[in-house]
Design a protein around this ligand. Structure first.
Ligand code: G16
Length: 543
């Protein structure tokens, strides 16, 4: 029987770059999760005949949230829920299920790369029927609904068993508990040349080291790399998903993937090192003692896509987020295809992917993906690289350095200043925004300012406009610095300073990245008066 629970609206349920992310303790407040879920259901004209996918990255509170959402879905009249076994689905696997079963969307529980556990973070995002993250008009309407809620619906029922593949009814709603690993692995097997990768792994000419960071990809990695590609089980480290990610920070970058880094710097390092994040949509690619920036990874993939079965007919177009380096632009130019520049957030790629304008896209924030699902996809990226290595018979370092020779190198770094006081961070951005017009023509540390502007985006498909998407300063010789406030943090504000310098001369490609970028980071730090506004003399993390 449907129960109506009176509630009061919360004013802080505005989704950020990727859904609603807050501390677990915030979600545990009475009615907090329920209100947001009801706001999602309220945006449907009717829940009748609707099917949704549901699952999460397995972090603390995942199982509780799934029980709450299932009962609410039933009370709201949803007809069928497809739920990941154990309540677990990686974000790309959820996107695949939405598309495969042609559902009306999905609810994914994840705070991505943010730490988990009772004192960590939790998150919830809604993906639409195309499998991709809800676009801004949908998240805006969920937010507006959340502001005027006075009740939510649920049913009284025992918790359901999430740990067995089964189908049953919950208050008249059908629930299917599915094993998403097989579905996802089958999709990967269609996209990549498994026989050639398998044969290289068997002969020992291709070795992989994969760090699942105690997050969601462990079971997917075991099925794909070990069972289907015959890699040794020791290939996968931190393979068992844990509610608190083993106390770690499931962010695949040089600061947090320590275990993998140690392996890749050892004398018997494998050919390819890779890691993925909490919900399996991010990836980091390493060669032997060699880091591939996500921007370079995207560019190398675009330049070599024709060598991969699925993309051998060529790419229809590519896209990158504004702060991502322009390495892929050079490739697009050579291939004669369009390269779109979007704001940060995977949701901005959705329309381009669905309209067939692009088949490959990526971001500096360790995300790459294609039109195989409408999400970034960590394991897909690793398979892409494995397939490339198997075909090209070169090392990761050789592939990347040859790419630089052909296209030039985009030196790149990102400085993050985390947990800032929100008001000071906003003041910093406002102050810099006002200063932008006066910067053009100035000479700073040997660089002349060409242009200084605030980035905004007009979606080429639906014409919607997204403003205030970051401040950009471009220079001669060819370089850029960019500033944004992150939309995924849960404590205060995070300021991101992105730095990029293009170097066409191969003689200069081996220079140290931080030495090369130092004058530009100094310019950025001084122009934005980072120390003055925030009191910080050093970034919290450099990636
Ligand atoms: C999310 C988004 C990405 C974005 C990243 C960083 O990734 O899906 O599109 O690039 O956050 O965003 P921000 O700079 O606003 O923190 P994920 O993996 O956290 O879902």
């Amino acid at each position: 029987m449907t129960i109506r629970i009176p509630t009061q609206a919360f004013s802080d349920q505005k989704p950020g770059t990727s859904g609603l992310r807050k501390k677990v303790t915030c979600f545990q407040q009475p009615h907090y999760l329920e209100n947001f879920v009801q706001a999602i259901f309220n945006t449907f004209q009717s829940c009748e005949n609707k099917t949704l996918v549901l699952g999460g990255d397995g972090r603390f509170y995942n199982r509780d949230a799934i029980q709450i959402i299932l009962k609410m879905a039933s009370a709201n009249g949803i007809s069928r829920m497809i739920v990941g076994l154990g309540g677990i689905l990686s974000t790309p696997a959820a996107s695949h299920l939405i598309r495969k079963y042609q559902t009306d969307g999905g609810i994914i529980l994840s705070a991505s790369h943010n730490p988990g556990g009772p004192k960590g973070d939790f998150g919830i995002k809604f993906n639409t029927a195309n499998g991709g993250p809800a676009p801004e008009n949908v998240t805006e309407s969920i937010y507006e609904n959340s502001l005027s809620l006075s009740q939510y619906l649920t049913i009284e029922s025992d918790d359901v068993n999430l740990d067995q593949v089964a189908s049953f009814e919950l208050g008249g709603m059908k629930v299917d508990i599915v094993d998403s690993v097989q579905d996802y692995a089958d999709l990967m097997e269609k996209l990549f040349d498994f026989p050639i990768i398998r044969s290289c792994i068997r002969t020992g000419s291709l070795q992989l080291g994969f760090d699942a960071m105690h997050a969601v990809t462990g079971p997917y990695a075991k099925e794909i790399f070990v069972r289907r590609l015959y890699a040794l089980s020791s290939t996968i480290i931190n393979a068992v998903p844990q509610e608190d990610f083993g106390g770690g920070h499931p962010d695949p970058n040089l600061s947090h993937a320590h275990d993998l880094l140690t392996i890749m710097q050892s004398s018997d390092a494998p050919d390819l090192g890779a890691a993925s994040d909490g919900d399996g949509d991010r990836n980091m690619i390493l060669g032997r003692d060699f880091f591939v920036t996500p921007s370079d990874s995207l560019a190398v993939m675009a330049a070599n896509a024709h060598l991969i079965q699925e993309y051998k007919m060529g790419l229809c177009g590519v896209a990158r987020s504004m702060p991502t380096s322009r390495a892929v632009d050079k490739v697009a130019e050579k291939l004669g295809i369009e390269c779109y520049e979007t704001p940060t957030g995977w949701k901005f790629f959705g329309n381009l992917l669905s309209a067939g304008k692009i088949s490959l896209c990526g971001e500096e924030s360790f995300g790459t993906g294609s039109d195989h699902v409408n999400e970034k996809d960590g394991i897909w990226a690793v398979l892409f690289w494995l397939n490339l290595l198997a075909v090209k018979k070169q090392s990761v370092e050789q592939i990347v350095t040859q790419h630089w020779k052909l296209f030039g190198r985009h030196f790149y770094a990102r400085f993050d200043y985390e947990k800032l006081e929100t008001e000071s961070a906003n003041k910093l951005i406002n102050d810099l925004r006002e200063k932008l017009p006066s910067l053009v023509g100035n000479q700073l540390q040997g660089f002349v300012v060409n242009d200084a502007y605030e980035f905004s985006y007009k979606d080429p498909i639906d014409g919607s406009i997204s403003e205030h998407q970051g401040l950009v300063i471009t220079f001669s010789p060819d370089a850029r610095i960019m500033f944004r406030l992150s939309g995924t943090g849960t404590e205060g504000a995070t300021l991101r300073l992105y730095i990029e310098l293009y170097e066409p001369d191969p003689e200069k490609h081996q220079q140290d990245v931080h030495t090369v970028l130092k004058p530009l980071s100094d310019i950025g730090i001084q122009l934005a008066k980072i120390e003055e506004f925030t009191g910080r003399t050093e970034p919290s993390v450099i990636t």
